[in-house]
Ligand binder design. Structure first.
Ligand SMILES: *Cc1c(COP(=O)(O)O)cnc(C)c1O
Length: 420
């Protein structure tokens, strides 16, 4: 019986110390992922971490310490990035429906740029800035071209995000007369989960071409062009991991060409999933094993309440995340098991007919590649189970980086109306 470990620490010891269910992050994988990308990609491309993918402050701090900027989309993410050490000069804020308070917080912090998503948002920001120095904004463009290869494509369609490419010249002209804002460049994001480097190269060159065209057409400043990102990781059997070497060899040429023509433009690539997914494992403990009409069910102490992505939303046939026995890693798979959690819904299936070694009550299972869009993108309050603990292993030491929710955390938010 061989146990799995992270940086030499047996996962069973970590689970013993911090309890389960648990999100476990390997700092070495974070470092390796970031530094490899940084080493391969053209130096003109600044890499920003999209906190949406994993807003844990310590995870963010690891990436910031390595040199990543921060791309945030809420007031709390803005504060998280600052706590994690991201300077305002390397923080951008984007997202639809920003509140006045969020815009004010960005202005007060003096962040590098606010990515404006509509004309009315630009006007609102201008009013909020009032008599202060103008703030730098990027206009998020909803491009007229379409994209392929993404699980969730963005361009060429009616969208709530950004300003349609056709409307950009009018908004740039409007901004020229607003004393509170200065348009410093453009932003476009074409979608998520790209697995083919050719698609990212295609999108990036289209975005850069669009930026040049808009610059020629309406004189929009190109101090900064944010080319989005959306690099994916393989989750399912049929998928292959994103090949960053292949990306670099093609993309760097595109970037070099653009930089030669626009030496003063700074380029940003935003990455969420790619930077964190492979560093995280969702660790659960088996509570029950049972048979039902010929199928083996393994019931764990955590399920889709912490890992909604494992349900496989959007795919017709259920596809499984990579799931391993952490307790018996070297034993051969015997029979397929369906792995479920503690929720009272048949949809609480983390893995269907997964090939695992024999599973016993008390074993630990790990859902791998789970460092992105985990608990924050899951119904953690369902059945009042609350948020799981998060642990980051760094330099061979396991650090608790988020407490699991306690009963007081959950019950303390509720108010019981007094009865006469
Ligand atoms: C979600 C999002 C990202 C991060 O996407 P990933 O696919 O996780 O890299 C980046 N930019 C924008 C605008 C987003 O909405």
């Amino acid at each position: 019986m061989t146990e799995l470990s992270v940086q030499g620490l047996p996962i069973s010891a970590i689970a013993e110390e911090f309890g389960t269910p648990l999100y476990l992050y390997d700092g070495d994988v974070l470092t390796e992922t970031y530094t490899t990308l940084r080493r391969l990609l053209h130096p003109a491309l600044e890499l920003y971490f999209s906190l949406k993918a994993n807003p844990n402050v310590s995870v963010c701090a690891e990436l910031v310490a390595l040199g990543a900027g921060a791309e945030v989309s809420s007031d709390i993410e803005l504060r998280t990035a600052a706590s994690a050490g991201a300077g305002p000069e390397s923080t951008i804020f984007l997202g639809p429906g920003k509140s006045d308070d969020e815009l004010r917080a960005c202005v007060d912090a003096g962040i590098r740029a606010i990515v404006v998503e509509s004309e009315s948002e630009l006007l609102r920001l201008d009013r909020l800035v009032a008599n202060r120095a103008p703030v730098d904004v990027l206009l998020r463009v909803n491009p007229s071209f379409t994209t392929k290869g993404s699980g969730l494509s963005m361009g060429g369609k009616p969208r709530q995000f950004g300003i349609d490419e056709e409307q950009v010249p009018a908004v740039v002209a409007l901004a020229d007369n607003l004393p509170g804002v200065r348009v410093r460049g453009l932003h476009a994001y074409m979608g998520t989960r790209f697995l083919d480097p050719a698609d990212v190269v295609h999108n990036t060159s289209q975005i850069l071409r669009m930026a040049e065209e808009l610059h020629r057409e309406c004189g929009v400043e190109l101090n900064t062009v944010d080319v989005g990102g959306g690099l994916g990781v393989a989750y399912f059997d049929s998928e292959k991991d994103f090949d960053v070497e292949a990306l670099a060899s093609e993309l760097n040429q595109v970037v070099a060409q653009f930089v030669a023509a626009h030496p003063d433009t700074r380029l940003i690539m935003e990455l969420g999933r790619y930077l964190v997914a492979r560093a995280g494992t969702y660790v659960v403990r088996v509570r029950d094993v049972k048979q039902s009409r010929g199928e083996t069910f393994v019931i764990a102490d955590g399920g889709t309440n912490h890992h909604m992505a494992a349900v496989g939303v959007g795919s017709y046939v259920k596809r499984n995340f990579p799931i391993r026995s952490l307790t018996r890693s070297d034993e051969a798979a015997t029979e397929p098991c369906t792995i479920t959690g503690p929720l009272c819904t048949p949809n609480d299936v983390v893995g269907k007919r997964v090939q695992l070694p024999p599973v016993a009550i008390g074993d630990l299972l790990g859902v791998e590649r789970s460092g992105a869009y985990g608990p924050t993108a899951s119904p953690v309050q369902f059945l009042s189970h609350g948020y799981p603990a998060e642990v980051l292993v760094r330099d061979g030491v396991a650090h608790l980086v988020r407490h699991r929710d306690t009963a007081d955390d959950l019950l303390g938010r509720q108010l019981l109306i007094e009865r006469q």
